[in-house]
Each structure stands twice: as C-alpha cells, then as structure tokens.
Design a protein around this ligand. Sequence first.
Ligand SMILES: [Zn+2]
Ligand SMILES: [Zn+2]
Ligand SMILES: [Zn+2]
Length: 216
Amino acid sequence: MNTLRTTAICIPAFTLSCLFSACGQPATNAPAEKMKPCFQCGGAGTTNCTTASCVSGQMDCPAACIKLRKGKWEKRPNRPDPNETMQSITVGGKGFWVSSHHEGVYYVLDANRQLVMQDCPTCHGATRVQCKTCAGTGIIKCPICDGKKQVPASWSAFDNPKMKDRPSRFKLKGDREIIGRKVAVMGSRTRIRTETGDTDVDSADIISEERQPARK
Ligand SMILES: [Zn+2]
Ligand SMILES: [Zn+2]
Ligand SMILES: [Zn+2]
C-alpha cells in the first residue's frame, strides 16, 4: 500500500519539477521574476468588459434592428414631429427612410416589397442582448494578469508581452539598450519614445531594432 502511494505521488512531482526548471527550458524561466500588483486592474484581477458596445453586461443586438445609437440620423422635411429624426436603410436591395420613433424594430419586405415592421427576433426590441464576453456581468478576468492580480515587475502599460504591438528593443553601441518606438529621424539623430519620455540618439549608434515577442 505504502509503496504504491509513494509511486503515485512521485511521478507528478517529477513532471512538475521538469516543467519549471530543467529540461531545456529557456534560462529566463529559471529565476522567478519579482512580481508587483497588476497595473491594468490595480491588483483586483478583474476589469470592465472590453467589448466595445458592452454597457453593464449588455451588448448591441447583433441583428439589424433599428438602434438610435447606430447609423446616421437626420431631420427630414415635412415631418409632423419636430423631434423626429430619420435614417436611410436598405432592405432587400430597396432604400427606405425609417423613423426614430421605432427603435428596436426589425424591418422586412412583404410579398409586395413593402416595408413591414417586425419584432426583432434576437432582442425583442431591447436593442441589446447579454454580452458574450462577460456573460452579462460587465466584468471580465483582467486580460493582462489573467486574473492573477500580479504581474512581473518589468511589465508596464508601455511594454508587456500581452500587447499586440510592443515597442522595439534598440541595441546601441556601448552595450546600451532602449525599449521604445522610433518617432522621428532628424539629420543624423533618431528620436525614440520611451516609457519615460523621448530620447534622441545618434542614428549611427543604433546597431539593431528588434521586434519583441508579442501576443498573437
Ligand atoms: Zn435586435
Ligand atoms: Zn461585456
Ligand atoms: Zn490585472
């Protein structure tokens, strides 16, 4: 019994130590980097939903129902209500003006190719549906720290591996390195925008500009 149990524990322990230390892992994984509270969520581990149209967990109805916050609304001549605006829409290849009085409806053509109002089958007139990203909560796991509340001390809003487009790593003569973005070249000088501000260097001193590994 005892022998069995020891064996059972021993195998996963070996696998774990293999993952975290030896087995040809890059050297950067070896010493654990100092951590700090996540700059994105302030250490909360969560952040407001990032879906552009999400408001308190409700996002824009994906159906083509009429939304006052979408499209171009304009006043039209000879309308009885001075507060009404209208929008030009295309249904079945035909153009129509529809009124701001009927938000949330869904227009279709009948057999005579006339415009008919319908209840939106997706949102039933609400113009919003539960957001898929946050499941209606308005809150998501922080995408920077993955909800862990902490990030490596070297990460910042200016440069971190979760970015799609990271600043470059400039290698300069004299064993210097700058993380930043090239913003201008003036004569023989190159201006690089860094986390702490712009810095001008001799273009001739730049040995290389390396793209840093970023989020796919
Ligand atoms: Zn809808
Ligand atoms: Zn959301
Ligand atoms: Zn975070």
